[in-house]
Design a protein around this ligand. Structure first.
Ligand SMILES: [Zn+2]
Length: 51
């Protein structure tokens, strides 16, 4: 699934739960708009790096 985590709907989360677990594992970025986290900034719409 290529679209950013920020765009995921509840249904997407249920369908792709295993991919989601991989994406949020050891997060290095958070989205300052949506408060989501990911290991790669490509999954977020307004990523900022975690320190
Ligand atoms: Zn976002």
């Amino acid at each position: 699934m290529a679209k950013s985590l920020c765009k995921w709907k509840k249904k997407d989360i249920e369908k792709n739960i295993h991919e989601l677990i991989h994406i949020v594992d050891k997060p290095r970025f958070i989205c300052k708009d949506c408060a989501r986290s990911a290991h790669d900034k490509g999954f977020l719409c307004k990523p900022i790096k975690l320190k």
